[in-house]
Design a protein around this ligand. Structure first.
Ligand code: HEC
Ligand code: CU
Length: 428
């Protein structure tokens, strides 16, 4: 089972014994580190040299009795106290200035909120959008959401954790900071843009076309061991030249509040769930497929048989370990899904609607499927859908199918929220 995760790992860039390239304009670490290295080198050679020299020069040659050592030499003792004290003072002042510099984000910083969770990152940009799970540009494998930043502008990250201790480490930018539950930590950097090592890539625009951008790619690590899938938190930092960052920023899809729920759910599935959950029954040996899942009665789980309804799905997403899905041949799939605390309730609602649309059992109940809807949420066969919605209510407390056609009306918002609360209450 664990080997499945190996497929999901983003790949680490080649490592080196020396400092990785310095992509930071705000970096005050390297010079001090090299200074300390040189001081240490000088004293290593000096001390070891003296030791060898004395051992040879004053080696006992004749058996003439014990030498009488000098007990004091004031000049020598003052020298070897004052010089190191002076060097230590330089290191302290240098280091402290760097520490202050690093802990004081400039006022014109570009703000990004970072939430660490088991096991991934959520980056929220000033326009309210999040970066989505992506594909590793080097290995082509799925990877946690990445951090996208502009070059030549101070970037301030505000760090918070949804669960346990994590830590953000970007070695090329020389920054590292713990991500602590219940606390907002801050860190900042300003990145260079380096044309020579930049990659060119195309990103989709909002208008449906594509645009080419160039960017530097670095690794972003979690450096606080945070549990079984700690390594899945490895992701990338993309540093764009400023005009390209604008293009990326403009392309970010803010979730349009009028997006119909099924459509919203499909988008989330294809970006965040598809790597494990199929909707056509495939891959069921490793992960439960969503095909014909919704509406199943007596569905086997680690907590006994359940009915797959809104409450069960809500709980499976918010708290996956509560009831582990059972395999067809007996046993469970194990506790192998991370919670998705960052999905909003409306997004969870959307996933539920999408799961219904890929389940015959839900269709039989409600008479309305994803295929009956236009992409903008209106019904293809208007009258047929109305009927289906009303006639199919049955004995379940939720009748969300009837709500889909309303989702794109201005007041359609109220309904999905209500539904979600119902689901949440039922899950309690
Ligand atoms: C890393 C692989 C992985 C990813 C990605 C993943 N899941 Fe899961 N999911 C699992 C596993 C394994 C199980 C079975 C164990 C359990 O019930 O927690 C499961 C179970 C479920 C179940 C219960 C299924 C059943 O048959 O009872 C739901 C619902 C679910 N996941 C929703 C989601 C949603 C929504 C997403 C995306 C936002 C998602 N999962 C992403 C691995 C994954
Ligand atoms: Cu972590």
């Amino acid at each position: 089972m664990d080997t499945t995760y190996l497929n999901l790992l983003a790949e680490v860039q080649p490592q080196s014994t020396w400092f990785p390239i310095d992509a930071s304009a705000s970096n005050q670490v390297d010079s001090l580190a090299y200074f300390i290295l040189v001081i240490c080198g000088i004293f290593l050679v000096f001390n070891a040299g003296l030791m060898v020299f004395f051992a040879m020069r004053y080696r006992q040659q004749k058996k003439e009795g014990v030498a009488v050592g000098a007990t004091h030499n004031t000049a020598l003792e003052v020298t070897w106290s004052v010089i190191p004290a002076f060097i230590l003072a330089i290191i302290f002042i240098w280091g402290f200035r760097g520490f202050l510099h690093q802990s004081t984000p400039p006022e014109n910083s570009y703000d990004i909120m970072v939430t660490g969770y088991k096991w991934g990152w959520d980056f929220t940009y000033p326009n309210g959008a999040n970066s989505k799970a992506e594909t590793d540009p080097e290995s082509g494998k799925a990877m946690a959401p990445a951090l996208h930043v502009p070059a030549y502008q101070p970037v301030r990250l505000t760090l918070q954790s949804n669960d346990v201790l994590h830590s953000v480490f970007i070695k090329q930018l020389r920054v590292k900071k713990d991500v602590v539950p219940g606390r907002f930590n801050q860190m900042w950097f300003e990145a260079h843009y380096d044309e020579a090592t930049a990659e060119k890539t195309t990103i989709p625009t909002k208008e449906g076309g594509t645009v080419t951008v160039s960017r530097n790619v670095y690794d972003l690590f979690c450096t606080e061991y945070c549990g079984q899938n700690h390594s899945m938190m490895l992701t990338k930092v993309y540093v764009y030249q400023p005009e390209d960052y604008e293009k990326w920023y403009a392309s970010m899809t803010l979730v349009d509040p009028t997006t119909p729920l099924v459509k919203l759910g499909e988008t989330i599935w294809s970006t965040q769930c598809k790597s494990c959950h199929s909707i056509d029954g495939s891959g069921a040996a490793n992960f439960p497929s969503w095909q014909n899942l919704y509406g199943t009665t007596g569905h086997a789980t680690s907590a006994g048989p359940v009915d797959v309804d809104d409450a069960y799905i809500y709980e499976s997403i918010r708290n996956p370990s509560a009831k582990l899905a059972g395999k067809a041949g007996g046993g469970t799939y194990g506790n192998n899904m991370a919670a998705f605390p960052n999905l909003t309730d409306r997004e969870v609602r959307g996933i539920i609607e999408f799961m219904k649309s890929v389940s015959d059992k839900a269709k039989a109940d409600e008479g309305l499927t994803y295929g009956d809807l236009n992409l903008d949420g209106t019904l293809k066969g208007e009258s047929e859908g109305e009927e289906g919605g009303e006639a199919g209510e049955g004995d379940t407390p939720e009748t969300p199918e009837a709500d889909i056609p309303e989702a794109d009306t201005p007041d359609g918002q109220a309904d999905p929220e209500g539904q979600t609360n119902q689901a949440a209450n039922a899950a309690d």
